[in-house]
Design a protein around this ligand. Sequence first.
Ligand SMILES: *[C@@H]1O[C@H](CO)[C@@H](O)[C@H](O)[C@H]1NC(C)=O
Ligand SMILES: *[C@@H]1O[C@H](CO)[C@@H](O)[C@H](O)[C@H]1NC(C)=O
Ligand SMILES: *[C@@H]1O[C@H](CO)[C@@H](O)[C@H](O)[C@H]1NC(C)=O
Ligand SMILES: *[C@@H]1O[C@H](CO)[C@@H](O)[C@H](O)[C@H]1NC(C)=O
Ligand SMILES: *[C@@H]1O[C@H](CO)[C@@H](O)[C@H](O)[C@H]1NC(C)=O
Length: 538
Amino acid sequence: MLISLFPIILATLPSVLGGQVPIVDGVLGGVRNTNASSSGTVKPADLSVAATTPGKIRAVENTGICETTPGVYSASGYGDLTSTESLFFWYFAARENNDTAPLALWFNGGPGSSSMLGLFQELGPCRINNASTAVSLNPNSWNTKANLLFIDQPVGVGFSHGTMSVGTSEEAAADVWTFLQIFLSDSRFSGLQSHDLAIWTESYGGHYGPTFAAYFLSQNAAIAKGTISGITLNLKTLGVGDGLTDPLSQYPGYITYAGSNPYHALVSTSTITRANTSWLSSTGCKEQITACNNGGSNSVCSAAQSFCNNNILSPLAGDFDVYYILATNPDPYPPDLTSYLKTIETKVGAESTWQETNDNVYDNFAATGDWMRNSRPDLETVIDAGVRVVVYDGDADYILNFNGVEAMVNNLDMQFTSILQAQSFESWTVGGQLAGQVKNAGTFSYIRIYGAGHEVPAYKFGNLAYGQAALQMDSLLIYKTTHHSAYRPLNQSCSDDCGYVFVRAFTVDFGFPECVIIMTTLAYGFTIFQQLSTNVEP
Ligand SMILES: *[C@@H]1O[C@H](CO)[C@@H](O)[C@H](O)[C@H]1NC(C)=O
Ligand SMILES: *[C@@H]1O[C@H](CO)[C@@H](O)[C@H](O)[C@H]1NC(C)=O
Ligand SMILES: *[C@@H]1O[C@H](CO)[C@@H](O)[C@H](O)[C@H]1NC(C)=O
Ligand SMILES: *[C@@H]1O[C@H](CO)[C@@H](O)[C@H](O)[C@H]1NC(C)=O
Ligand SMILES: *[C@@H]1O[C@H](CO)[C@@H](O)[C@H](O)[C@H]1NC(C)=O
């Protein structure tokens, strides 16, 4: 367990609207200079804490908050890892076929940011309104086809509470694995053990997603060998949106994107030149990340985070919102959740005061320099293990921009590398409308999504509704994981679900709607089979 080098920070920084990454002493993603070396300890619940039940779930069911679709089950509460470590969760059953639908986990990043952001601003069953006073039903919620589980982690984040000892993605993975063991042992959720499991995550999730997935696979292997006991996690899909995975590949992307992106330059040429020097100089960012990645100590990695974010990430943002460069800073959209969550916290079983980002957790990570460590090897392991992986990025996001993410993707060393490198981008259409660009290679896909900021499902593009493009991505992956057939986002005009239904119709049932769709689909027959057959998994 991590002994934090930093004392508890009592002062709360002014929060940035919509911001997941803290601003420390004026630096986005900076490292707090405290010169101290005392151990950070507990900041437990601020409200009265019910007795914890180590190894068990405590939940309230069917509160009717957020998901108001009749008959759709929901539950929220805590999985108590120990008597002093409790992770908050909120589960929504799929709106259709919850007894067979995959189980999709959602994690926001930070580190230290709450997954309530994803729930209420992005892909959950309801959306916060612009006045932050109420929510409305989200027709493009990802629980349309998946059982959806939001988890506030690590301990201390969002509504979670207890001892904040986690300071690396690996430590976070171990706690999430333990949480899932507890969750899937509970009689209300144990039926989900056999369902396909998906991890979806964003932002710092570029570290969390690959690390969690690789950890789940290694735990599965240990269970199979009999060296540990536990529930095998049926991991089939990993989705990473606007993620920080491989800083060495990704940091030059800030320089590229700030100077030239699909919208407008963010800063002057002289600022770009200065950042470029900070990247390349002999003691610069590139050297520091390299030293960190070559077995660097926590302090080497932490210093790299401080230097690179001071000299590259922060100054290159200019006056624009780092999460959505079409707005000046700060963009009030997506709307803040704090006041709304105050009105529902006790009803959903929450026991601590919600904060968008927990600075103590963030500081624990900053102290280990986890930010600058490379999660690309874990991503490669997960792809090579046969997990269906999609990496996606909104083209209006600066903080994890597509230039950086695509450089990371191009550097992937995995079973589909040669296929990927031979590909050029193809149109990605949703509802018959161009919505982005895609590359597919085996079971790996990368999608650049037009018009979207950092929180991709929070945005809309062209005539599409909020979150419509993101939902199609999620649904197509579900059909792939459910049916194990060659996957490809179909390049043609048809309803949003045409790919999903196409495969389902041939493998599961021949109900009347499917028959109609089969007839329609056969009209596309040759094109589709050509597409599929060029992309068959080994
Ligand atoms: C840390 O040490 C430096 C140099 O000794 C000093 O200038 C700075 O004020 C110290 N910071 C804090 C928070 O004590
Ligand atoms: C599935 O939905 C049914 C009907 O609403 C509900 O009773 C059940 O608890 C749900 N189970 C899960 C695991 O979602
Ligand atoms: C909410 O704010 C966003 C961004 O400013 C705006 O595009 C949208 O139209 C607003 N929604 C409503 C319902 O006013
Ligand atoms: C960064 O510096 C290198 C080396 O001087 C130069 O080749 C490159 O064009 C510069 N890039 C930018 C964006 O200024
Ligand atoms: C399908 O792909 C082709 C070639 O990649 C492209 O020219 C065409 O515009 C795409 N069609 C649609 C509807 O996106």
